[in-house]
Ligand binder design. Structure first.
Ligand code: ADP
Length: 648
């Protein structure tokens, strides 16, 4: 290959611009990112070396060296990992292959602070070097290739980069940062050491720096620190999760989380355990405080990394965590899996299944623990005694609410995915209700407040809280003071297909099927309803005929108090709201006609009988019921015409 100049992929150019303009407030992360890449490269070599020991050449000890040159104003990070071939340097350092790149670019707002957070999550990796450097030189040779097949890659971090063939005896990669004027502080051993130990203690290979010693100046010259030629490790180089819990501080747990997740914020909580038994493994699992930008991408890499006996195996270990827990970050290190475990093997292995079940349960118990301590009851009891809350538990206050606001909707997917844990998941659900505008009502809270004689948990689904609260279907429940859960997440209706009952009590949509308030209705009310239905029969038949293209059935209801009519779906049917959502998303929704229910007590309905406008009124009644639940009449112009005709 002769020297050539190539352009960055458009996304890279965009990302580079962002990196240099948004991340300067936290420049030191460049070291974390570059050391993390170096460590990944060593992991890759170790993994490929399992089947091809020759790749280790004559340097079996994997390591990273960090050096600086004050005169040349450079920092160089060198690893003896897998290295890059010429083509890999062009592909990997000139394009972004990451999934979700487009989504990520679309989320950027131009607000530097918000964007910096997002960029952090996305992981700028190699490109973070340009926060402190105005030129980066990469020299590399892939393990297994000959010394003449090395590559040099140079770029100023704007539109293009240069690649050239070089001879490089040592396998692996050296990255040299030519520092900007304002990044001079990194030309200092003490500064580099402090940043490295902050971010890299958990990295399991040694990160070396050359020792310096003080040398007195001669001939009246001032003294200075000079290199000794001796290299020392500056990180602990033991994987954090392998250390005993008692030796790890909360700060170290938090730093490790940030390193593996690229998150800027501390996690809400973590669990670190050695699991013994049929399968032996260590798990260190974190619940983040903030949802990532690509939470809704169900195909994204899972956040749990798989290690086997401390050797990194893969980080899209979906097999280790169900999709609905895709927000969990962490590490699982198995003592039993073979080192050359493949993706296929992962899917089938009994050990892996046991790990997945165990880890799922662990996450659920973490959430249960947060939920339990979300609020502490500090009201004194009858004897005037107030419970003292343990400080550790006190620190958990409000965390479940935060968790739920970020990840509640994802957790609900679990109802349709993880049947073994349905009831545990059900206990973790929270909703708004006619008694609470905040999403804080658990099914157990609801049950505890149920009215005498009430035998179902009532709920309604709608596009938003206001629409839910004002649904005509709620009228009779409001009148009778019966609480109804208000559900506004897109997944609610789908997920409740999988939750028919909670703790022995069925869940019932107030917009589905005929209302049966059962014992909540007194005898007089029942009788009145039956009589009304009887008296209305002829009118109902006429309405049914007039609306036969729109409504499956027309019936008298006890559901309504103030509204003349509402739409309901047959028991087991899909709500009109969900059908609408599916259609909007371009998906097939079953074509089913709703049932129109009318309020026999309403003045408008009473007027119907014998009206010369019967046909128009019937259609208006139907279309208004549709409008009331956020839908649109099939033919809005016809609706307007009818209303106007009446108004005139
Ligand atoms: P990421 O690490 O998230 O994939 P980066 O932008 O940090 O993204 O790096 C892009 C790619 O460049 C990496 O996936 C890897 O293939 C390659 N790379 C970066 N640094 C090194 C290195 N020190 N040794 C070998 N390959 C590297």
């Amino acid at each position: 290959m002769s020297k050539q100049t190539l352009s960055f992929q458009a996304e890279v150019a965009q990302l580079l611009h962002l990196v240099t303009h948004s991340l300067y407030s936290n420049p030191e992360i460049f070291l974390r990112e570059l050391i993390s890449n170096a460590s990944d490269a060593c992991d890759k070599l170790r993994f490929e070396g399992l089947n091809n020991a020759a790749l280790f050449e004559d340097a079996p000890n994997l390591e990273v060296r960090v050096a600086f040159d004050k005169a040349a104003r450079t920092i160089t990070i060198t690893d003896n990992g897998i290295g890059l071939s010429q083509q890999e340097a062009i592909d990997n350092l000139g394009t972004i292959a990451k999934s979700g790149t487009k989504e990520f670019m679309g989320k950027l707002s131009g607000d530097q602070k918000a964007d910096a957070q997002l960029i952090g999550q996305f992981g700028v990796g190699f490109y973070s070097g340009f926060i402190v450097a105005d030129k980066i030189t990469v020299e590399s040779r892939r393990a297994g290739l000959s010394a003449e097949e090395g590559v040099r890659w140079v770029s100023g971090g704007t539109g293009d980069f240069e690649v050239d063939t070089i001879t490089r005896a040592q396998r692996g990669t050296s990255i040299t940062l030519h520092l900007r004027d304002d990044a001079e502080e990194y030309l200092n051993a003490w500064k580099l050491k402090s940043v490295i130990s902050k971010y890299s203690d958990h990295i399991s290979l040694p990160i070396l720096m050359e020792k310096e010693e003080w040398k007195e100046g001669e001939n009246d010259q001032p003294g200075a620190m000079v290199p000794t030629g001796e290299w020392e490790a500056i990180n602990k180089a033991s994987a954090l999760w392998t250390r005993p819990k008692k030796d790890i501080t909360a700060e170290q747990y938090n730093d490790f989380y940030k390193a593996i997740s690229h998150d800027f914020e501390d996690p809400l909580t973590w669990a670190h355990n050695r699991v013994e038994g049929n399968t032996e493994y260590t798990q260190l699992l974190y619940i983040p405080a903030k949802a990532p930008f690509d939470l809704w991408n169900r195909d994204k890499k899972a956040g749990v990394k798989l290690y086997v006996k401390r050797v990194f195996i893969m980080d899209d270990a979906e097999a280790l965590m169900p999709t609905y827990l895709r927000f969990v970050k962490g590490v699982i290190d198995s003592a039993d899996l073979p080192l050359n475990v493949s993706r296929e093997l992962l899917q089938e292995s009994r050990d892996v299944r046991a790990i997945r079940e165990g880890s799922t349960k662990r996450v659920l118990s973490m959430l249960e623990d947060l939920a339990k301590h979300d609020k502490h009851d500090t009201t004194p009891n009858a004897d005037g005694v107030t419970d003292v809350v343990d400080p550790d538990d006190k620190a958990k206050e409000g965390k479940y609410t935060r968790f739920y606001a970020e990840f509640g909707a994802v957790l609900k997917e679990g109802l349709g995915e993880d049947f073994a844990n349905t009831q545990r998941l059900a206990k973790l659900l929270r909703y708004a209700s006619t008694q609470s505008d905040t999403v804080s009502v658990s099914l157990a809270d609801y049950k505890a407040r149920m009215k005498e004689g009430q035998d179902a948990i009532y709920y309604i689904t709608a596009d938003n809280l206001a629409a839910a609260k004002n649904s005509p279907q709620l009228e009779v429940f409001k009148k009778k003071g019966i609480e109804v859960l208000l559900m506004t997440d897109r997944v609610d209706e789908w997920s409740l297909n999988y939750l028919q009952e909670f703790d022995g009590t069925p869940l019932q949509s107030v917009a589905k099927g005929a209302v049966d308030l059962g014992k909540l209705q007194d005898e007089a009310e029942k009788k009145a309803a039956e009589e009304a239905a009887e008296a209305f029969k002829p009118l109902l038949a006429k309405l049914k005929e007039a609306l036969k293209d729109k409504a499956e059935d027309v019936r008298v209801t006890t559901r309504l108090v103030d509204s003349p009519a509402c739409l309901v779906v047959q028991d087991g049917g899909m709500s009109t709201q969900l059908a609408r959502m599916l259609k909007q998303a371009g998906q097939a929704a079953p074509e089913s006609k709703p049932v129109l229910e009318v309020n026999a007590e309403h003045a408008l309905v009473k007027k119907l009988d014998g009206s010369v406008h019967f046909n128009d009124l019937a259609h208006i009644l139907f279309d208004q019921a549709l409008l009331a639940e956020g839908g649109l009449p099939e033919d809005p112009a016809a609706y307007v015409k009818r209303v106007n005709a009446l108004l005139a």
